[in-house]
Write a protein that binds this ligand. Structure first.
Ligand SMILES: Nc1ncnc2c1ncn2[C@@H]1O[C@H](COP(=O)(O)OP(=O)(O)OP(=O)(O)O)[C@@H](O)[C@H]1O
Ligand SMILES: [Mg+2]
Length: 148
């Protein structure tokens, strides 16, 4: 398994790497890992930019899912932090969306074990302090094939 790694010194750096990955994985499932405030939503914002989506991507915490349209295509962005049960993602049509091979980014996907078994781009963002009031992010990513 090939793991890629980059250091993002700023929010803009994180958005740039996300935009680059959007060009490489434009119709894929992306699972975003990292603690609260790591930069998963910032990454999703950069990914949307890379897909040419102009609307401002914000946290879908209270709605579970946001859809951003670009022509006849959509990017889906989910945050499962407040998910109560699997039925909630079934009800919003997540598995149909995944079957339709459209870009879909998910924060806190760990809440739904089934997702980790699907082929996906795994992205992890870690905060690292560089001085008393400065932080950077270590972003690692790799492709994971489906698991039985
Ligand atoms: N290098 C960086 N990359 C991304 N965000 C950064 C960076 N440096 C600082 N930040 C700040 O960290 C915060 C990241 O917030 P964001 O909402 O993206 O986190 P999150 O991982 O989605 O958290 P949550 O789990 O609560 O949804 C923002 O306020 C952003 O400005
Ligand atoms: Mg978020």
């Amino acid at each position: 398994m090939e793991t890629n790694k980059i250091i993002a010194l700023s929010e803009d750096d994180t958005m740039s790497i996300a935009a680059k990955l959007a060009k490489e994985y434009p119709n894929h499932l992306v699972l975003l890992k990292g603690e609260l405030g790591a930069g998963k939503t910032v990454f999703a914002r950069g990914f949307a930019k890379g897909l040419g989506i102009e609307s401002n991507v914000s946290s879908p915490s209270y709605t579970l899912m946001n859809e951003y349209r670009k022509g006849h295509k959509s990017m889906f962005h989910l945050d499962l932090y407040r998910l109560n049960c699997l039925e909630e993602v079934v009800d919003i049509g997540l598995f149909d969306i995944l079957d339709s091979k459209q870009p879909c980014l998910i924060e806190w996907a760990e809440r739904v074990y089934e997702l980790s078994k699907l082929p996906h781009l795994s992205v992890e963002i870690k905060r690292q302090s560089v001085s008393d009031n400065d932080e950077q992010r270590i972003i690692t990513w790799h492709w994971e094939d489906s698991k039985e």
